[in-house]
Design a protein around this ligand. Structure first.
Ligand SMILES: [Cu+2]
Length: 317
């Protein structure tokens, strides 16, 4: 039974209490009527069971009762509706004007967070406590849902449009982000963290990473490494030889590959042209033994980025 408590961890956001109150209000009304109906049903089933008599008693409708059990639920539903609108409108949809905006992009199966200064993190959202945070969210592929139990927030990320939510963490700590919309085979692994830290600590962290956000100051290999992490290549490609959804990048450069092109097997050398084609048009040649599930990065990576990634792959001997 204790697992039930993990659904309601200690609230560490500013309006979580209002959300919980609304939840319990609806829950106890539902529980009351559930028990009422079930208990009466069991009672009547026993009381009016067939005792072997020939005659079946005839029951007429009761207009008064029917009016009562139509009006009472209607009133209760209207109350629930207005209470829901009140919490939604006064808390959930009211980000304070001084909110810090962070962009969230959902991917199969990870979270990307973009800070105002262009810095991007993967799976961990670092935020200052006691500062309202507004998340502007979208998805790269399928619908995901951003669910943080400790904050009592849940909002869908929908491809092709922006949705948003906001919260204010009131206690430092690490809080789980779970994807709450089934999004494919590794949906259950789509877990991220919100790390709420002290404002001072946050500011010095952001200042230190601001330098890193400036990719142009890095060497091509370093830049390729950063870009491949930012774009999520490493969720399918390892760099240490271990197997993954896609082939490892270790020792890939100039290696002889067996690929399937137009249904026929063929040998190719993984040179610069092959690597470039594999990135912009991954389905032209599929590596034998793998599925053609890599998305095309045409238009998402500049020629400069692609060169940097190729330099990075070349460095992985
Ligand atoms: Cu998801």
């Amino acid at each position: 039974m204790l697992w039930i408590l993990s659904l309601f961890p200690k609230i560490t956001s500013s309006y979580g209490k209002e959300v919980d109150n609304l939840f319990w209000f609806i829950f106890f009304i539902a529980l009351f009527f559930f028990l009422l109906v079930q208990i009466l049903m069991i009672y009547f089933v026993i009381k009016y069971r067939n005792r072997g008599e020939e005659e079946v008693s005839k029951v007429e409708g009761n207009t008064f009762l029917e009016i009562v059990w139509t009006i009472i639920p209607t009133i209760i539903l209207i109350v629930i509706f207005f209470y829901g609108v009140y919490v939604f409108d006064n808390f959930q949809r009211r980000p304070p004007a001084n909110s810090m905006e962070i962009k969230v992009i959902g991917h199969q199966w990870w979270w990307e967070f973009q800070y105002p200064n262009g810095y991007t993190t993967r799976d961990t959202l670092i935020i200052p406590v006691n500062k309202p945070i507004k998340l502007i969210m979208t998805s790269q592929d399928v619908i995901h849902s951003f669910f943080v139990r400790h904050f009592r927030i849940k909002e869908d990320l929908v491809p092709g449009r922006y949705t948003w939510t906001w919260f204010k963490a009131v206690e430092p700590g690490m809080y789980d982000i779970q994807c709450a919309e089934y999004c494919g085979s590794r949906h259950s692994k789509m877990i991220g963290y919100i790390k709420a830290i002290d404002t001072k600590e946050f500011e010095s962290w952001l200042a230190s990473v601001s330098k890193e956000a400036d990719l142009s100051s890095l060497s091509p290999v370093e830049r390729g490494k950063r870009i491949s992490q930012l774009k999520g290549c490493n969720s399918c490609h390892s760099v240490d030889g271990s197997p993954g959804v896609g082939p490892t990048w270790k020792g890939l450069y100039n290696h002889e590959m067996v690929v399937i092109e137009g249904g026929k097997e063929k040998k190719v050398i993984a040179d610069e042209n092959y690597l470039r084609e594999s990135i912009v048009n991954p389905n032209a040649k599929i590596v034998k033994g793998y599925q053609g599930i890599m998305p095309s990065y045409q238009g998402q990576l500049s020629e400069d980025d692609i060169l940097a990634i190729i330099e990075y792959i070349k460095s992985l001997k």
